[in-house]
Design a protein around this ligand. Structure first.
Ligand SMILES: NC(=O)c1ccc[n+]([C@@H]2O[C@H](COP(=O)([O-])OP(=O)(O)OC[C@H]3O[C@@H](n4cnc5c(N)ncnc54)[C@H](O)[C@@H]3O)[C@@H](O)[C@H]2O)c1
Length: 438
C-alpha cells in the first residue's frame, strides 16, 4: 500500500434491519471499539450474537464460561453468546504431554532473553495444534450460528480480536521498558524483534490479530452461501491500525504511534480482507484512530494523537456541540492550565524533528528510539499532570467520541463498502459527530 485509502464522504446506505443478525467475533469490553458498532446494530433492531474466548482453569486448560460468567457476558452484550471458547494464538498449546511455548519461555530472565534460543520445530508443532483447536471451535460456533440465522436475512460479522502477548513474567518487564521506559529504563523495540522471544510473539500476533479474520471468513462460508442463495447478504469488518491522519500545523497529515509491534500483523489483516475482496466477499478492514481502551493503555503516549480531534471538531462544520466538547475538556484541567496551552504542547511535540522522522508511511511500522521515548512519554506525563483527576482525562472524553463516530461510519459504509481497507481519520469522524449532534 503506497498511501492510506481514506473514507472522505459520510456513508448513507443501510441494508440492516430487524431480523438481521450482528455477530461480534471477540469479547466486548467497556471502552472497546466494538461498542460503536453494537450501538448501531441495536438501533437498527438487529439480533446481536457474541462469542467468548473462554477462560483458563487452574491447569491452564481452556474452558467455556460458567453459568454466572455467561449471564454477565450476555447482559453486557445485550445478546446471546455462543459458549465455545475461541481463544486464539498458540502460546498455551502443544501436542499432548509436551511443553507449550509459554513453558519454553519460563526459564528466560531479564539477563538472558536476548540470547536465549527457541526450538522452532517444536514451536511449529504447537502452532499447528493451536490453529486446529481454533478452527475446530470456529466450526462448532458456526454450526450453532447457522440455526440462529433465518434464510434471506443479512449478517454482519464484526471481528475485534487483537493480542497474543504470552503471559510470562520476563515479558512484563520487557514490555514495561519498551512501551513505558525512558532514560536508563528504555529498551529498543528492535532488540525484542531480533530475539527469538520477539519472533515468537510476532507469530502469535499474526495468529490472533490477522489469521483469525481468515478463519472467520472461511468458517462461515456455508452460512454465506445459504444466505446469498436465499436473498440475504453477508458482510465482514475488522479493526485495523496503520496510523491516522490528524490536524498537524493547520493541515491534515498521517502520523503514527511508534513502536507499534503489532504493525506487521495488522498489515497481514489488511491482506486477508484484500484476498477475500478479490473473491467477491465483502470484507473491510477499518484502520481506526488511536484511542484509550483496555488493550491500548499499555502504550504510554498513544493517546497524544487524540488531542487534535478537538481542532477537527471545529473545522469540520463544528457548532455549539463542538464548542461544548471543548468546554467539557477545559473542565477536566487544573486551574491555571488552559486547553489552548495543552494543544500548544501537542503542536510543539508534532513539530519536533524527532516526531517528523517517524511520519514515514512507507517505513511503517518503525522501531522506537531513546529520543522518541523521552519526548513521547515525557509529553504524555506532563499532559496527564495538567488534569484535576488522573482518572478523568481529556483523552477519555475524546476516546469515547471517536468510538461514537466510528460506529455509524463503519456500520453504514459496510452496507455498501467501497474498498477492502479504509482509514477513518479525524476529519471524517469529526464531520460525522457534528452531523449526529446538530
Ligand atoms: N485502541 C486503539 O487505539 C485501536 C486503534 C485501532 C484499532 N484498534 C483495534 O480495535 C480492535 C478492538 O480493540 P480495542 O482497543 O477496542 O480493545 P478491547 O480490549 O476492547 O478489544 C480487544 C479484543 O481482542 C480480543 N482478544 C484479545 N486477546 C485475544 C485472544 N488471544 N484470542 C481471541 N481474542 C482475543 C478480546 O476478546 C477483545 O474482543 C482490535 O483489533 C484493535 O487492534 C484499536
Amino acid at each position: 500500500m503506497l498511501a492510506p485509502t481514506s473514507l472522505r464522504e459520510i456513508p448513507k446506505t443501510n441494508i440492516f434491519r430487524k431480523g438481521d443478525v450482528f455477530v461480534l467475533f471477540g469479547e466486548l469490553f467497556g471502552r472497546g471499539y466494538a461498542n460503536g458498532l453494537i450501538n448501531e446494530a441495536r438501533k437498527a433492531g438487529m439480533t446481536i450474537i457474541g462469542i467468548t474466548v473462554g477462560r483458563r482453569d487452574e491447569n491452564n486448560a481452556l474452558r467455556p464460561l460458567n453459568s454466572e460468567e455467561l449471564a454477565t457476558a450476555e447482559s453486557n452484550l445485550g445478546g446471546k453468546i455462543i459458549n465455545v471458547p475461541l481463544m486464539a494464538g498458540f502460546d498455551l498449546d502443544a501436542p499432548a504431554g509436551e511443553p507449550t511455548p509459554t513453558d519454553l519461555l519460563a526459564d528466560m530472565t531479564l539477563k538472558s532473553w536476548q540470547d536465549d534460543k527457541l526450538d522452532w520445530a517444536h514451536i511449529e508443532k504447537c502452532r499447528e495444534v493451536g490453529i486446529k483447536r481454533f478452527k475446530d471451535s470456529v466450526a462448532k460456533v458456526m454450526s450453532q450460528l447457522d440455526g440462529m440465522i433465518a434464510d434471506g436475512s443479512n449478517v454482519f460479522f464484526a471481528h475485534t480480536m487483537a493480542g497474543g502477548i504470552p503471559k510470562v513474567k520476563v515479558f512484563l518487564a520487557i514490555a514495561n521498558r519498551i512501551y513505558k521506559g525512558r532514560g536508563e529504563r528504555f529498551l529498543s523495540s528492535s532488540a525484542l524483534l531480533n530475539s527469538d522471544l520477539g519472533k515468537l510473539i510476532l507469530m502469535n500476533f499474526d495468529e490472533v490479530t490477522a489469521n483469525t479474520f481468515q478463519y472467520l471468513i472461511e468458517g462461515s462460508a456455508s452460512i454465506r452461501a445459504r444466505l446469498e442463495k436465499t436473498g440475504g447478504q453477508t458482510r465482514y469488518t475488522a479493526y485495523g491500525y496503520h496510523g491516522t491522519e490528524i490536524a498537524i500545523d493547520h493541515h491534515n497529515e498521517w502520523q503514527t504511534y511508534t513502536s507499534y509491534t503489532q504493525g506487521k500483523a495488522k498489515m497481514r489483516l489488511e491482506r486477508v480482507a484484500e484476498a477475500a475482496w478479490a473473491q467477491g466477499i465483502k470484507a473491510t478492514v477499518y484502520n481506526c484512530p488511536e484511542i484509550r481502551t483496555n488493550s491500548s493503555d499499555i502504550f504510554v503516549g498513544v493517546e497524544l494523537s487524540l488531542f487534535p480531534l478537538l481542532k477537527a471538531l471545529k473545522t469540520e462544520n463544528g457548532g455549539a456541540w463542538a464548542e461544548a466538547q471543548w468546554q467539557g475538556c477545559r473542565a477536566l484541567l487544573q486551574e491555571g492550565n488552559s486547553l489552548e496551552g495543552l494543544l500548544q504542547k501537542i503542536d510543539d511535540y508534532n513539530a519536533s524533528s524527532i516526531m517528523q522522522r517517524f511520519r514515514n508511511f512507507a517505513a511503517w511500522p518503525m522501531d522506537n528510539s531513546a529520543e522518541l521515548a523521552d519526548l513521547m512519554i515525557g509529553t504524555s506525563d506532563e499532559i496527564t499532570k495538567m488534569h484535576l483527576d488522573q482518572k478523568a482525562l481529556v483523552t477519555d472524553l475524546l476516546s469515547a467520541l471517536v468510538l461514537e463516530g466510528t460506529g455509524p461510519l463503519m456500520f453504514y459504509e459496510t452496507s455498501n463498502p467501497s474498498a477492502p481497507v479504509l482509514w477513518l481519520n479525524h476529519d471524517i469522524i469529526a464531520k460525522k459527530l457534528n452531523q449526529m449532534h446538530q
